[in-house]
Every structure is written in C-alpha cells, then in structure tokens.
Design a protein around this ligand. Structure first.
Ligand code: ATP
Ligand code: MG
Length: 701
C-alpha cells in the first residue's frame, strides 16, 4: 500500500476552506483524497465514505491546481448518483466538474465527434427496441410474444455489454453455460437481424453510444488526441458494477495514461445479470502496480446494530468475494436493534408498515428520511395503496418521473416565463410567489393526490433554497436553467415523502429509517435464482445493499401468502437465518398491528371468530365464510369508480380499494352511518362519495 507522498497533504499548507472540507476525513480517506495524481483504488464496504472520498479528492486536485475542473470526468451508473455527485461537488466548491453516467457522457461526446467519424447527420436514439427485435425474431422464426421479445432484448443487451458479437454469441454462451432464451443459434440470428435493421434505419441504441465512442477514440487518432487534451483526470464510483463494454470506453478515455481513481465494494455487485463484473475493481492493483490502494472499514452511516446485521448477511456469502470481506466497524452511537415481523399476507404487511410510518412521522421523523425497499417494482403497488390509505405522502424512486409530473411541468413553465422579481427579492420568496397560482398554498391541501402535487411544488422550493445557499445571487432565470439541467440529467429533488424503491435503485443512497419488505423465499432470493448458486449470491448481496441503506432504524418484514386466503404458503427468506434470533416472536405468525393495540378484537360477522388480515377486516368476515356479495352492484360500483378516477386523474384505488368496494357490495349499507362503518371509508370519503354510492345501492339492479 502506498500512502500519501503529496506535500500538500500536511495541515500547514492547507487553506482555511480546504481544512474545513478535509477535517471530516479519517486517515485512510485522507490518504486517498490527497494521493498524488495517478491511479488510486478505494476498496471498501458500504457506508465507509467512498463517495465522499472521491468528491473530496476531486475538490482537492482542483483546489491545489493539479487539474482544471473542466478536465475532470467523473462517472457513475445512475442518473440519480451522478446528480448527487454534482451536488456534493458544488458544495465542496468544485463546480464545473463533469459528473455523468457512462451513457450520458458517451452521448455528449458522440454528438461532438460524430461529424468527424460518421457524417453530418447525427443518428437518433432508438426509442424502445422491441419493434425491431420483433421483426428480427419473426425472420428468425423465434417467438414474438411480448415476454419472448423482452427476454431477447435483455439477452442482446447482455451480449453487447459483454462485448459478445452475434458471430461469437453461440460459442460464448456455450463456454459460460449460460441459460439463454431459446436455441443459441437462433438468438444469435435475432441479434444479428436486429443490428442490421437498426443500422439500415440509421438508429442507435444505448449500448451503441458506448461502442461508437470507444471505436471513435480507438480508430481516429485526431479524435483521440483532441479528447485526451480535453480530459485528463477520471473518477469512477461504484466500479464493482462496470461492464466489459463500459471498461472498454473507460480504457479509451484514459488512453494509456494513469490518472484514474476508482472506488467500489465487490460485495455490492448487483448487476452481473447485465454483464457487470467486479473483476476490474479487484484486479486494479495488478493492472496498476504503482496504484495507491486504500481499504476503509469504518462505517459512518449506520448504528453498530445495523452494521452487525450487515456483517452477518455478507459473512454468509460464498465465492470469489470471500477474500475481500473485512468486517465493517460501526462508528455511530448505538441505536435500536433491527426489528423482524411476519405477516399472514402482503396487504397486511403493507398496512402494518404504513401504520408504523404514520406513527413515526407523527412523532417527528421527516417523511423524506423513511424508505420502503423491495426486490421487484411490482411490489410497489400494495405499498402505494397502503400509504395512500394511511395519508402518508410518498414518491416512487425511478427518479426521472418527477420532472414529467404535470404539476412540475406547469411549475417549470411558470418559472421560465415569470417576469423578473422586484429588486431585492430573494430567490426562495420569488419562487414561492410564482408557484402560488400553480397550487403552492401555505398549508397542505387535503386528499392524497392533491397533497402529492403540493409536495412536488414544495420540493421545487427546496431546490431553490439549495441553489440560493451556494449561489446567493441566483435569480429566477438561473433557477429555470438549473431545473432544465436537472430534468435533462434526471436528477430530481428530495420530495418530502417516503421513498418507495427497488433495492437496485437504492444503491448508494441512505435514509434514517429503512423498511425492507417482502423478505420471503421466492421474492428475496427471487424465484428464478433458484438452483443457480451465483444468482443466489447476487440476491444475498442485494440484501446487504438493502440493510446498509439504513442509518438508525431497520425493520424487516415478510408475508406468508400474497393475498388473504389465497396462494401458496411461503416461508421467510433463507438469508434471515442467523440474523433473526431463534426465539423471536416473528418465528410465529404475528398478529397484525391493530390487533395488538388492545380493545375488543374485530370478529367475523358470520362465524364470530377473530379476523386475521386486512381483507378480512374490511369485509368483516373470514375469507372462508360464505360471501353474500351482490355481483351486479359490484360491477356498478367498479364502473362508477373508474369514472371518478378518470375525472380526477388519480389511480382507481385512491377512490376506493377493491376490498372496500367488495365490502360495500356485500353489506349494502343503507345510510351514511352504515357506509362510514366500513373500514377504508372515512368522513372525507363519505362527504365526497357518500351520496353517489348510496344512490348506486338503492338504484334498481
Ligand atoms: P455506499 O457503498 O453505500 O455507496 P459509501 O462508501 O459511498 O457508501 P458515503 O455515502 O460516501 O459511503 O458515506 C456514508 C455516510 O457516512 C455519509 O452520510 C457520509 O457523509 C458519512 N461519512 C463518510 N465519511 C465520514 C467521516 N470521515 N466522518 C463523518 N461522516 C462521514
Ligand atoms: Mg457510495
């Protein structure tokens, strides 16, 4: 290990601003930050400050004149993470540094070099490749239903990311014993056909951006020379998830030089299914023997309790990363133990999570400091529904959706077209004034959908505050430009709502409170990983990523069936073995929250047994007891609900959930009092919909 040789590293020559920025670094972090220009590799676990280290390193190199800000290119894997890097760099007083995803950087470069390497007219990006793949599949006599096409698309993406050509495909998948969607020769034929159709149409897909940039730099000396003159210093975050194609681009960028800083954690490799490999990270020191290699083990993000859970999860991992598995050492004061809860079904799990979140928010936890993380996006819906019913604002992380929301687009237009604010008005006040007519009232409006819009507008005010803090002279025009830039790079602000995100989308992020939900075998690990040890290990790493997102509170839960009274019984995730105390209450079916809070237990109105599960509670009878549901009324109610939802522009469950409609159709309440007695119908919904619903019930069938 080489440690700092940089004479500028000493405290004596540090400027005041540098001192304040670097004071919050430990010795190992500082070694990486102040290492001289040249190869640097930080290998470290979650929460040890890798991202913090690279932003400080860039700021350090810039501040000490080792490199100009415009000569630095920092890359990472998601638009969100790239935006985060830019924000942190600006806060460290290093604006002007480019921080982008590989694809965004490639797109920009390609636009610039295209005329030199191809021709005047730029080839547009292909929007959705399924159509072309469908044509190619039909010609190759492969399956063309949408599932088959999606599988083929994923496989072609894997091949391109792995630098496997159509000609080499069959041999390579045979060598890897890869599970492929159809006979290898046929997949290769579809792949070749797709490439040909795309080239004929003069279109590019996302992987082509990277391929063309690499080729332009590799094959055109003048392009390479111009590029290398412009960019001199490269930084990669989350390097464990680099694909061979991205590595080829990186090699072309660096071009035989060695000013490259990489940071990563092999235990957080979660994209091998897409061709990523941690071997570039793990082999970095072999490739650059003179590299400064730093290992960090102090975890500054999480309480020792959460750090211990993370160590247990990853301690059970098998395979290559075993050698690189130093235990994390928690640095924060202690907090509560992680919590485990078993539920009879998913709606019950979601309702319990929503109820806990509501209590936490009432007790003062900011909603933006809470996340609910799951394995696949389809799990999101039941949580969206439960949070809506509990009146808790939330945002679904996919990030870029923020800037396409109707109210955000309206707000951006209003900001762009507003006349300049009167002399002396600060930016935040000016923005609030412009947004008032768009819907930014002083107090939050009632209703989940209205409330969500209001939260979006408030988030824009938050961005204005952020900008004003770093650029006090910024005006509305400057703010409008900042918003455009963020929308382009899909870097949304933090909305004051609970985050719902998949584990993949949560990488690199952190929250005070994290709910890891759906920890059942078949969901995590996911069903299709079964029987493939490498895939199971990737699932385990996903859990490690999830556990390490939490700063203080970690709550893990699972459900034994999908819906009440339906579906196969499941069991809790095998990964919880060793994590959850054997005598823990969650080893027995937990009774849902509301049933533990005392008071008379709700009972089935038919057989009188206690009710288990949210659906049963809504219907006020057990799933097994006879249903006297009026199906015609249910149809009428559904039609009415679809209508209302359309009129209001909200998802239908916001009006009433399926279970509530079923309960109405079954109980046929005759008056407002009977209607409001049905769970899921509060006084607000009664006011709003009561008369219409009661009319539907009395209407002759
Ligand atoms: P991940 O692997 O999840 O991406 P990371 O290694 O990139 O994690 P960071 O996000 O950089 O970790 O840091 C984790 C948290 O710890 C952040 O809140 C950061 O501000 C804080 N932190 C890092 N280093 C220090 C330090 N030396 N002193 C105090 N806080 C620190
Ligand atoms: Mg990080």
């Amino acid at each position: 290990m080489t440690l700092p040789a940089d004479p500028l590293a000493g405290p004596m020559v540090r400027s005041a601003s540098a001192a304040s920025a670097e004071d919050h670094l430990d010795d190992e972090q500082r070694a990486a930050v102040t290492a001289p220009r040249g190869p640097v590799c930080v290998l470290a676990g979650a929460g040890t400050g890798k991202t913090r280290t690279i932003t400080h390193r860039i700021a350090h190199l810039v501040r000490h004149g080792h490199v100009a800000p415009g000569q630095v290119l920092a890359v990472t894997f998601t638009a969100r993470a790239a935006g985060e890097l830019r924000t942190r760099l600006r806060a460290l007083d290093a604006p002007g540094v480019q921080a982008r995803t590989f694809h965004a950087a490639a797109l920009r470069q390609l636009k610039y070099f295209w005329p030199q390497v191809v021709g005047e007219r730029p080839w547009p990006l292909l929007e959705g490749k399924l159509r072309l793949i469908g044509q190619a599949a039909a010609r190759a006599k492969a399956g063309t239903d949408s599932d088959a096409l999606r599988d083929l698309a994923t496989e072609i993406e894997w091949a391109k990311s792995s630098l496997v050509t159509p000609q080499g495909y069959a041999a390579e998948v045979a060598r890897l014993r890869r599970d492929v969607p159809g006979p290898a020769e046929q997949v290769a034929q579809v792949y070749a056909g797709y490439e040909a159709l795309k080239n004929q149409a003069e279109l590019l897909d996302f992987d082509d951006l990277l391929l063309h940039v690499a080729a332009a730099l590799e094959e055109h000396a003048s392009v390479a020379e111009e590029f290398r003159d412009r960019y001199r210093c490269f930084v990669v975050d989350e390097y464990q998830d680099v694909t061979p194609l991205q590595q080829r681009v990186l090699d072309a960028w660096v071009g035989g030089r060695d000013d490259l800083t990489v940071v990563g954690d092999a235990n957080q490799t979660i994209y091998t299914f897409a061709g990523a490999s941690p071997r570039y990270l793990l082999d970095f020191a072999r490739r650059f023997p003179e590299a400064t290699v730093v290992r960090l083990t102090r975890d500054y993000r999480s309480t020792p309790q959460i750090v211990a859970a993370a160590n247990t999860v990853i301690g059970a991992a098998r395979g290559r990363v075993a050698g690189s598995r130093p235990r994390l050492v928690g640095q924060l004061p202690p907090g509560p133990d992680p919590d485990f809860t078993e539920h009879p079904d998913e709606p019950d799990e979601a309702a319990a999570v929503a109820a806990k979140i509501r209590r936490m928010i009432a007790d003062g936890t900011p909603a933006a400091e809470v996340a609910v993380l799951f394995r696949i996006n389809a799990q999101s819906e039941v949580y969206e529904q439960a949070l809506t019913e509990a009146g808790v604002p939330y945002q679904v992380r996919g990030g870029e959706r923020f800037f396409v929301r109707a109210e955000v687009r309206r707000a951006m237009i209003a900001i762009r077209t507003a006349p300049p604010a009167p002399e002396g008005t600060d930016l935040v006040t000016a923005v609030r004034r412009v947004l008032a007519p768009v819907g930014l009232s002083d107090e939050p409006p009632a209703g989940a959908a209205m409330r969500a819009q209001w939260e979006s507008l408030l988030a824009l005010v938050g961005l204005a505050e952020e900008l004003a803090a770093v650029e006090p002279e910024a005006d509305l025009r400057r703010f409008a430009a900042e918003l455009e830039a963020r929308a382009d790079s899909a870097h949304p602000p933090t909305v004051q709502g609970v985050t719902l995100a998949s584990l993949h989308a949560a990488k690199g992020l952190e929250w005070d409170v994290v709910f890891l939900v759906g920890l059942a075998d078949g969901t995590l690990p996911i069903q299709h990983a079964e029987g493939d040890e490498a895939a199971i290990e990737e699932e385990r790493r996903l859990l490690y990523v999830g556990v390490t997102r939490a700063r203080r509170v970690l709550r893990i839960s699972w459900a034994l069936t999908r819906a009440a009274g339906r579906g196969r019984q499941r069991r809790r995730s095998r990964f919880l073995h060793g994590l959850i105390p054997e005598d823990h209450a969650a080893s027995r079916v937990a009774q849902g929250d509301r049933r533990r809070t005392g008071g008379p237990k709700p009972r089935c109105r038919i057989c009188g047994e206690p009710l288990i599960g949210t659906e049963a509670l809504k219907l006020q009878r057990c799933g097994a007891c006879p249903s006297d549901l009026d199906t015609e009324l249910l149809d009428r109610l559904r039609e009415w609900r679809a209508d209302v939802a359309k009129r209001q522009g909200v998802p239908s469950y916001v009006v009433f959930t399926d279970a509530t409609l079923a309960a109405i159709a079954e109980q046929r309440p005759a008056d407002p009092a009977a209607l409001v007695a049905i769970p899921g119908i509060g006084s607000r919904k009664l006011d709003r919909y009561g008369p219409e619903v009661l009319a539907l019930i009395t209407e002759p069938g």
